[in-house]
Write a protein that binds this ligand. Structure first.
Ligand SMILES: NC(=O)c1ccc[n+]([C@@H]2O[C@H](COP(=O)([O-])OP(=O)(O)OC[C@H]3O[C@@H](n4cnc5c(N)ncnc54)[C@H](O)[C@@H]3O)[C@@H](O)[C@H]2O)c1
Length: 313
């Protein structure tokens, strides 16, 4: 198959590029920036452009079978600052992308949504895909809106799609200077010999998924053949296990050593206390399961972060 990855130079996209190439698929990356951590692969086609640019999108989608839609202009933490930007830059641009996919008769669109935000404040322990959707940040609303347009385009135009609601992927190539990704950010601080900053008491629980497991789910999603209208097309993708930030710090200490300093400060309003995804639907329909244990994943992430030789401050 020939795959287009919007946002293919980012954290998740780069790992997906490697997996798709390893499985013998042709790959085209569409991104506004070059890869932050490595040079272009000679066996991949790279197009530089903006998601919102119609002409560039037309060129990007031409001749592809699968579209993995990863490019996103906002983050959960900051999306409430400018919801208009969140809607125009993500929702409108994604609808334009779907129009191009219909014109090009793309076989499948795989969209990376967010299991951490589309459900809002969880009403149950393990969150299933049928949990109510009341996001408490604009990013969750725009992700959900794009999911709804995918459903609409499937009904109107027969454009096949799968939504993967990711928990918290972590691992090599996750930018340690970013505003999200607790494990990568924590390891970056440790590499620079800085204290780790935790908002609240560290008892906030999240579902962390190692990146190679996460991108395998995306490939399974592309290969999945829904049988008619009633087949599920929305899947939680996580580890299915919750870990508090304090437990993450403890696991990090096992990989890194005991001399890790943590500073606790006031909690943030957008941090729901617990978010752990029920992944049984993905196990059943995508025949996918997470394989890398947290301690091993953290160890591999730490080895990579150390190799960056971040400047100590
Ligand atoms: N990393 C996470 O914790 C996480 C969790 C759930 C969902 N997601 C979603 O997964 C997707 C990929 O996330 P990531 O962690 O790889 O992010 P990332 O920031 O590492 O990569 C995103 C890539 O998209 C590109 N991009 C952004 N806006 C663009 C635009 N307008 N035009 C062209 N390129 C653009 C960026 O240059 C970047 O290379 C996003 O949709 C994100 O919302 C991520």
């Amino acid at each position: 198959m020939k795959a287009l990855l919007t946002g293919g130079n980012g954290f998740i996209g780069t790992h997906l590029v490697d997996l798709l190439r390893a499985e013998g698929h042709e790959v085209r990356v569409f991104d506004r920036f070059p890869n932050r951590f490595r040079p272009d692969r000679p066996d991949v086609e790279y197009l530089m452009g903006e998601l919102g640019n119609q002409g560039e999108m037309e060129e990007a989608v031409r001749g592809v079978d699968w579209v993995f839609h990863l490019a996103y202009n906002t983050l959960p933490q900051t999306s409430n600052d400018d919801p208009v930007h969140d809607v125009t830059s993500n929702v409108v641009a994604s609808i334009n992308l779907l129009n191009e996919c219909v014109k090009e008769k793309v076989r499948k669109v795989v969209f990376v949504s967010s299991g951490g935000t589309v459900y809002g404040v969880p009403q149950s322990g393990l969150i299933t895909e049928d949990h109510e959707n009341n996001p408490i940040c604009s990013y969750g609303i725009t992700k959900l809106t794009i999911e709804k347009y995918l459903h609409l385009f499937q009904r109107l135009h027969g454009l096949e799609y799968v939504v993967t609601r990711f928990s918290n992927p972590y691992g090599e190539l996750q930018n340690p200077n970013a505003k999200q990704g607790a494990i990568g950010v924590f390891l970056g601080h440790i590499a620079r010999e800085q204290p780790i900053a935790i908002w609240g008491d560290g008892e906030v629980v999240r579902d962390y998924l190692y990146i190679t497991d996460a991108v395998k789910a995306l490939l399974c999603a592309a290969q999945y053949q829904p049988q008619g209208e009633s087949s599920p097309r929305i899947f939680n993708i996580g580890s299915g296990e919750g870990h508090s930030l304090n437990q993450i710090v403890a696991a990090i200490k096992t990989a890194v050593g005991p001399h890790v300093v943590v500073n606790y400060s006031n909690s943030r309003s957008l941090d729901v206390p617990c978010n752990v995804l029920d992944i049984s639907r993905a196990r059943t329909y995508l025949q996918w399961k997470p394989e890398v244990p947290l301690t091993r994943g953290i160890e591999m992430s730490w080895n990579w972060i150390k190799s960056l030789q971040l400047a100590k401050t």
